[in-house]
Design a protein around this ligand. Structure first.
Ligand code: HEC
Length: 280
């Protein structure tokens, strides 16, 4: 069944032309092209609704979501994250000590390019860096503790527009470009790129799921997903997408994941943080 539906998507993919030329290096032009492509293709979707993933694409799903969201299943994660923020590490410091504005209302600035270390720092990476710097054990990138802390940070940032910067540093541009390449590279036994599903086929169904548009696709993370019966981090979502094409998921914190998140968040600049999200 999975195979059959994937083939149906592949047919759509074959017919479409790529949105961004892979070897052009012009992030601003990319962001403009992204916005134009998605708003033209889905003229009825209000701009700020793209951050609601599958719900922006499907009226039936949206109704179910509105019903569920009266008692949001991610609430427990937000509460847990808040508590974790308030609980000191063994050295007496807290998460708040590691972040600008004590970690509140800053989700829209992640990932960012760190000119000191010369790499992209995702929110999940920053959380683990904070733990390590304070002599604590880092979290598993895919599990509940990471989901809780990032859910709380997203919750305090809801509605704030993505504000991802590419500093004037050739390494930042290179990281962006690597992320873009990762997004457009076909992989796995099914030979799909991220774009095959999220640029060329948003709104199409794979099994019971409706594909989210790439525009704004990182805004709702982390998510509570019924299919997981729990929360999922950005890393968990990326790993699941890799597995879906029978490809190799990358380890948490991997530079490719951070770079692709940097690319996706940059081209979604201006769209509001909607996380934590609820998904079927
Ligand atoms: C075979 C198709 C397929 C491919 C290829 C794919 N995904 Fe997905 N992706 C899905 C499905 C199905 C979902 C769950 C439904 C949805 O939200 O789109 C999903 C969800 C997501 C979400 C969460 C969106 C939300 O709002 O909940 C993100 C982020 C994401 N994918 C990123 C990626 C990235 C990055 C890649 C490339 C590494 C990728 N995907 C490749 C099928 C795919």
């Amino acid at each position: 069944m999975l195979r059959k539906t994937l083939i149906a998507v592949a047919i759509v993919v074959g017919a479409a032309t790529p949105l961004l030329a892979a070897n052009d290096v012009n992030p601003q032009a990319d962001a403009k092209a992204f916005k134009e492509y998605f708003t033209k293709r889905f003229p009825k979707v209000p701009l700020k609704d793209f951050v609601n993933g599958p719900y922006s694409m499907d009226e039936g799903l949206r109704k179910q979501w509105e019903a569920i969201d009266q008692f949001p299943p991610y609430d427990f994660a937000v509460d847990k994250g808040k508590q974790m923020f308030a609980t000191p590490f063994k050295n007496g410091k807290t998460f708040a000590d590691c972040f600008p504005n004590k970690g509140i209302g800053i989700r829209q600035n992640y990932p960012y390019f760190d000119t000191k270390s010369g790499q992209v720092i995702s929110l999940e990476y920053a959380v683990n860096q904070c733990l390590k710097d304070n002599g604590e054990k880092p979290f598993d990138y895919t599990k509940d503790d990471m989901a809780a802390v990032t859910a709380y940070m997203a919750f305090t940032s809801r509605g704030k527009p993505f504000d991802i910067k590419i500093p004037n540093d050739p390494r930042a541009l290179a990281a962006y470009q690597r992320g873009k390449e990762y997004f457009y590279t076909r992989r796995g036994q099914l030979n799909f790129s991220c774009a095959s599903c999220h640029v060329q086929s948003p709104g199409h169904r794979i099994r019971t799921e409706v594909l989210a548009p790439a525009y704004g696709i990182t805004a709702a993370l982390p998510i509570y997903r019924s299919a997981w019966n729990g929360m999922g981090t950005t890393t968990r979502r990326f790993r699941t997408c890799n597995s879906q094409v029978r490809g190799m998921p990358l380890p948490g914190g991997d530079e490719d994941y951070r770079d692709v998140e940097y690319f996706l968040s940059y081209v979604s600049n201006g769209l509001p943080i909607s996380g934590p999200g609820t998904r079927p």
